[in-house]
Each structure stands twice: as structure tokens, then as C-alpha cells.
Design a protein around this ligand. Structure first.
Ligand code: NAP
Length: 395
């Protein structure tokens, strides 16, 4: 039986507490903490009503290490799930280190003033975590997260060597708004408007935003325009999948989404530097976040499906082989179960499964780890049980 502290009561945090409550045989004590207590209170009531499970709530500023340390000392969790924003990864990791507590997140550290994310600063905690005998599991969402586990699973069961990987992320959900993002708008727009990047023959190749496009026929959805982006799991997978020659990441966008984004970018609304406005300073992208629909409210309106998967090509028993492994998630089904659309659902479920792997000691070793460094089998089994069944096909 485990005691778990979740930090961040946003769209993904809601799914995480639903799934923890559904797995109360494993997680007998759940605390949800966030910057605003109202956000936690709403989910606390929802969980009590739906599952008759009591969760504790707390207010915390996750940018403040001392506040986090006090909270962790009070709750004494077996693991802290960081479901706040990537800006808080380092403060929460530091607080976990100071309190000898295990850590999990779903997105890698991003500095608020630079639209750039990388594992360097989190990996730098590896020795300190090892010395303390505690574990950090990085990127336990869908992508990163399940996509890393898919790669490890293909590597273990279907290939002697994987040479090419394409990660393919399609969200064919329709929320009826002219423009909205399915998760935190600031994080989402920073990611999408940055240069693309992929890895080939040992080198990173940079592309302009949306420069490389292909059409992929997504099972249960159909053909969709898919654009090459840089995505954080590429950084760890190039280290851990041996024999790799190329890895890329593609995400679908509609023409309407891209036109809105281009227009916002052209007028400066995606800027991350503060600008002077009538005597006060505002950060354009943060102001835009205030104007856009809150992703938490998209659940009841979003119809359609997501399909996220991995296509790998390589060698098995001397022959060239290729496999496609993917999950399809329905926005309305996700909403019925957790009051959240599929983008939050596909992130929150793997966060809970990652925590389950850690507290059940199926995945446990001191240090800082990425998902593909563990045996994929128990995680893949849980995906099928916890609402994210996967399919595999030979290409
Ligand atoms: N790996 C994946 O597949 C994947 C996919 C999507 C998202 N993600 C990641 O999942 C995380 C959550 O995303 P989301 O869509 O749920 O975002 P969100 O709806 O904006 O929720 C984040 C929550 O964090 C809380 N928060 C922000 N700053 C805080 C602080 N200083 N102290 C305490 N709480 C703070 C906010 O709580 P209040 O309401 O209390 O202010 C907010 O509700 C992000 O890191 C995102 O990058 C990963």
C-alpha cells in the first residue's frame, strides 16, 4: 500500500487522481497539492462523489523548494508525482532529494525564459539520487512515456536491432472552437512554434518549424497531415536504443490551427519576453493563455480520437522487418470516465502506471531514469488494463 503526493491540479492532474482512486488497492493515501486550493477542492469533491475515496488536499507553490520540503515532510509520500509544469521539475526534484523521496514527472525541465527543453539538468541529479538511494522516473506520460516503452518493447520482442523510428502523434479531436490547445497553451505553443529537429547517423539536423510534412494513414482515424517536430523523448532514445540510424517525431495539425498560430506569431503573441503595456509588463504568450479556452474545459466538447504510436524498421534474424505499435483513445470515452479529454487522459494514465511500477518495485533502482531503461512488459500489461490498450501490426 502506497502513499502518494500529486503536485499540479490541472487537466492531467485530474486524470491522475481519478486513476489513483481507481487503483486504491495500490494507493491507499492520496494527497493533491497545487498553487490554488480551489483547483484541488474541485477534484477532491469529484473523487469522493465518483469513487467514495477521500483524498487530502494542500496548497503549495512548487517554485519554492522550502515550501515543497515542508509539504513532503508532512505528507511523507512514497513517491511525488510532478504533474505541474515543466518549469517546476528542478525545484520538485531538489525537494525530493532533500527529503529522500522518490520522484516522477511527465515532461522535461524547461526554463521559463528560454523556449528550450533538455534532460541535462535532470540527468545531473543521477549521482545524488543514487547516493540517496531514491529514484526519479522521467517522462511518464504518453509522449514521452508510453512511446519510450513502445520502443523498448519492440526492441525486446521484435528486433535484434532497430535502425529507424518514427513516432507519430495524431489528435483528431474536434472541440468546436476556432482555436484552442489541448494542454497548457503556453507549453504547447512554445513546443510547436520552435524549430524542428531529428537525429540521423549520429547528428542532430535542425529544420524550420513545420518544414517537413508527410501524410500518415492513422488506424481508426484516416490520413492526416503530420509535421516533423523536435520532441523530448528523442534525446533519451538516441542514447538507449542501440544501433539506431534515424529517429523522428511527427504530430498532426490542421491547416486552421497552423494559420491561427502563424498569425499569432506574426503579431508577437507567442513572445516569451515581457513587453510594456500601459505601464505594466506582460508576457504575450501568458496573456494569450488567459484569452484561450482553458484546456480543462474542453472535455465535454471534444469529439473524435487520438492515435499515438511508433513505427520501427530494423533487423530480426538477419531479415529486414518493420512494425507499427499504437494506441487509439476516444475523447468522449475518456471524458465519461475521468471528466477530461483524451490528451489529458493519455498523459495521466501512464503517470499513474509509472507510479504503480515504482511503488510495487517492478521498476525500482536508485538514480534518474528514462522509461525505456526498464523492462517494458509489466508497463505494457498495465496499459491494457488501465484504459490505454495497444495494437501491434507488421508493416
Ligand atoms: N508526456 C506527455 O505525454 C504530456 C502530454 C501533455 C502534457 N504533459 C505535461 O503534463 C503537465 C501538466 O499539463 P496540464 O495540461 O495538466 O497543464 P495545466 O492544465 O496547465 O495544469 C498544470 C497545473 O499545475 C499547477 N501549477 C502551475 N504552477 C504551479 C506552481 N508554481 N505550484 C503549484 N502548482 C502549480 C496549476 O495549478 P493551479 O490551478 O493550482 O494554479 C495548473 O493547474 C505539464 O508538465 C505538461 O507539459 C505531458
Amino acid at each position: 500500500m502506497a502513499n502518494v503526493l500529486v503536485i499540479g491540479a490541472g487537466g492531467v492532474g485530474r486524470v491522475v487522481v481519478h486513476k489513483l482512486a481507481q487503483n486504491k488497492d495500490t494507493f491507499d493515501k492520496i494527497t493533491l497539492a497545487s498553487r490554488r486550493l480551489e483547483s484541488c477542492k474541485e477534484y477532491q469533491d469529484e473523487i469522493k462523489q465518483k469513487y467514495n475515496v477521500d483524498i487530502d488536499i494542500a496548497k503549495v507553490d512548487a517554485n519554492n523548494v522550502d515550501e515543497l520540503v515542508d509539504l513532503i515532510n508532512k505528507v511523507k509520500p512514497d513517491v511525488v508525482l510532478n504533474i505541474a509544469l515543466p518549469y517546476q521539475d528542478l525545484t520538485i526534484m531538489e525537494a525530493c532529494l532533500r527529503t529522500n523521496t522518490n520522484y516522477l514527472d511527465t515532461a522535461n525541465y524547461e526554463h521559463p525564459d528560454t523556449a528550450k527543453f533538455e534532460y541535462k539538468e535532470q540527468w545531473a541529479y543521477d549521482k545524488k539520487y543514487k547516493d540517496a538511494g531514491i529514484m526519479a522516473l522521467l517522462g511518464s506520460g504518453f509522449d514521452p512515456g508510453v512511446t519510450n516503452v513502445f520502443c523498448a518493447y519492440l526492441q525486446k520482442h521484435y528486433f535484434d536491432e532497430i535502425h529507424y523510428i518514427d513516432i507519430l502523434d495524431c489528435n483528431a479531436g474536434d472541440h468546436g472552437y476556432p482555436f484552442a490547445t489541448n494542454f497548457n497553451p503556453e507549453i504547447n505553443l512554445r513546443e510547436v512554434s520552435s524549430n524542428g529537429r531529428y537525429w540521423e547517423n549520429g547528428k542532430w539536423i535542425e529544420t524550420k518549424p513545420m518544414e517537413i510534412k508527410m501524410v500518415w494513414d492513422y488506424p481508426q482515424i484516416g490520413p492526416r497531415d503530420s509535421y516533423l517536430l523536435y520532441h523530448e523523448e528523442l534525446e533519451s532514445l538516441v542514447k538507449h536504443i542501440k544501433g539506431l540510424k534515424r529517429i523522428r517525431f511527427f504530430m498532426t495539425f490542421s491547416q486552421s490551427y497552423l494559420t491561427h498560430m502563424k498569425c499569432l506569431e506574426n503579431v508577437g503573441m507567442l513572445g516569451i519576453e515581457p513587453v510594456e503595456h500601459e505601464g505594466c509588463k506582460i508576457v504575450p504568450i501568458q496573456f494569450l493563455k488567459t484569452l484561450l479556452p482553458d484546456p480543462k474545459t474542453l472535455g465535454p466538447r471534444t469529439k473524435g480520437k487520438t492515435n499515438i504510436g511508433v513505427v520501427a524498421k530494423g533487423i530480426k534474424d538477419g531479415k529486414e522487418v518493420s512494425y507499427y505499435i499504437y494506441n487509439v483513445c476516444d475523447h468522449q470515452e475518456a471524458y465519461k470516465e475521468t471528466n477530461s479529454q483524451a490528451v489529458s487522459y493519455t498523459t495521466g494514465v501512464p503517470a499513474m502506471i509509472g507510479a504503480k511500477m515504482m511503488v510495487e518495485k517492478k521498476w525500482f533502482k536508485p538514480g534518474v531514469w528514462n522509461m525505456e531503461e526498464f523492462d517494458p512488459d509489466p508497463f505494457m500489461e498495465e496499459l491494457n488494463k488501465q484504459g490505454l490498450p495497444w495494437h501491434i501490426q507488421k508493416m
